[in-house]
Design a protein around this ligand. Structure first.
Ligand code: SIN
Length: 489
């Protein structure tokens, strides 16, 4: 691996400021999803080492919490500088372990950096309030304080941005963190922790535990020392963590699965809509929770839209993310390939038309072709499931009312998109969509400024934005009584 700074490849966990192995020496192999080559190993920690990381975060909490927001912000700024300085290496690491094209990995690094910058600034803007009192012999206020030790568990699809979107606001707020990256893509997170160490984040403030998810997740969720758990991943795992966290009534942020509708109305600019769909659907090979998942096109423009889309899809180049001209990389593992293949086969068996792609480009690989299906009907699994792969499934609709009903007919409520030229429809449809995020005439909604999160089974809480730091703060109300508050008249 040709990293300019070889120290960025960390093959140990990071607990209490010490880079460490598992107590029993167990490791997990980390492989490149493009060619299955071995990139390195990580320690397979269990409950005991996780408890140690929680204790380290707890020990580090009083001193970190006692720093001013300005002091914590300055450390985050130094972290930002170092991540920026090493972003070429980090992007390389990210492509190798995750598979996305290098240009996309660099884009993700910029996205990750935007959260560090944002929360470095927000650290000094945690305000309280003096409240109007109902009694003249009392004064009242509300202050915000760090929630305490935070557990952050993240998925494999954004190995850098999910780290910084959770760790930066937690540290800015004065919390300490135990992070569990995915065992499929741990190296970017470990490199970020190493840069955090170089930036002066004190020992124990930011810990990284690596290994199989079940024992680590159970320990983090079940610990009463951990006062907040923030998770990005599947709805099934989010539900389990919520149950495990119930024993100690932990504060939770859950960013779970999506099933985004993408609606193209008859008055939409079709070229813009095609570009928006390409950006939304094929980012990270369709493996994002905000990906367009169910595409509804008005019957009067469906044929033209499908033809334009097909031309764009056939221009994509599938392959090794390190090759310059590659625009889409492999899926993450065999399970993902099986799921996507099964959804495509089921749709075709039930009458969908395969307009492009539909299978692996090389048998035995994880390279699933960008795929276009039309004629999707409600009896097909693909009409309901979160695809999490590079497959566009087109359905037609006749009226705004019917498409809204179909769009909202989902247990998920993360992102939704629509294209229209009508101002009144824009407002009406935006309000009617039961989703936490709505993209209007755009397929790109993710940035550090907008509150990211869903409704229904897509989760609880918001990340990024001016609201994101709230998730790591508790509000304390104080009432002060005294006889001589009023000045003598
Ligand atoms: C995700 O898929 O978990 C995050 C996507 C994003 O931040 O845009």
């Amino acid at each position: 691996m040709a990293l300019r700074a070889a120290e960025l490849l960390r093959q140990h966990a990071y607990v209490g400021g010490v880079w460490c192995a598992a107590d029993n020496g167990a490791t997990i192999d980390v492989r490149n999803p493009f060619d299955n080559s071995l990139l390195g190993t990580i320690p397979n920690l269990g409950a005991t080492e996780t408890a140690r990381a929680i204790a380290a975060a707890d020990d580090a909490l009083p001193a970190w919490r006692a720093k001013t927001g300005k002091e914590r912000g300055a450390i985050l700024r130094r972290w930002h500088q170092l991540i920026e300085r090493h972003s070429d290496d980090l992007a390389l690491l990210l492509t190798l372990e995750q598979g996305k094209p290098l240009a996309e990995a660099k884009g993700e690094l910029n996205y990750a950096l935007s959260f560090v910058e944002w929360f470095a600034e927000e650290a000094k803007r945690v305000y309280g309030d003096v409240l109007p009192t109902p009694r003249s012999d009392q004064r009242m206020m509300a202050i915000r304080q760090p929630v305490g030790v935070v557990a952050a568990i993240i998925a494999w699809n954004f190995p850098s941005a999910l780290v910084t979107r959770k760790v930066s606001p937690a540290l800015a707020a004065g919390c300490t963190v135990v992070l569990k990256p995915s065992e499929l893509t741990p190296f970017t997170a470990l490199a970020l922790a190493w840069l955090g160490e170089q930036a002066g984040i004190p020992p124990g403030v930011f810990n990284v535990v690596t290994g199989d998810p079940a024992p680590i997740g159970c320990e983090l969720a079940g610990s009463s020392v951990v006062r907040k758990l923030t998770f990005t991943g599947s709805t099934a795992t989010g539900r389990l963590l919520m149950q495990q966290s119930a024993s100690n009534i932990k504060k939770l942020s859950l960013e779970l699965g999506g099933n985004a509708p993408f609606i193209v109305f008859e008055d939409a600019d079709l070229d813009d809509a095609v570009q928006g769909l390409m950006a939304s659907k094929f980012r990270n090979a369709g493996q994002t929770c905000v990906c367009a998942n169910r595409v509804f096109v008005h019957a009067s423009v469906a044929g033209t839209f499908a033809a334009k889309l097909r031309a764009e899809i056939e221009r994509m180049k599938l392959g090794n993310g390190l090759d310059k001209d590659v625009t889409i990389g492999p899926l993450i593992d065999q399970r993902a390939v099986q799921k996507v293949s099964r959804l495509v086969d089921d749709a075709v068996a039930k009458g969908a038309r395969l307009l492009s792609g539909g299978r692996l480009s090389e048998p035995g690989s994880l390279l699933f072709q960008p795929t276009l299906l039309d004629g999707i009907s409600n009896d097909m699994d693909i009409a309901h499931a979160e695809i999490f792969g590079p497959v566009v499934a087109l359905s037609v609709f006749e009226s705004e009312e019917s498409v809204l009903a179909r769009a909202n007919d989902s247990e998920s409520g993360l992102a939704a998109y629509f294209y229209t030229a009508s101002l009144e429809r824009t407002w009406r449809v935006m309000e009617a969509l039961e989703y936490g995020i709505v993209g209007i005439n755009t397929g790109a909604v993710s940035n550090e400024v907008g509150p990211f999160g869903g409704v229904k089974e897509s989760g609880v809480g918001r990340e990024g934005s001016k609201y994101g730091i709230e998730e790591f703060l508790e509000l304390k109300y104080a009432c002060l009584a005294g006889k001589s508050f009023n000045s003598a008249r």
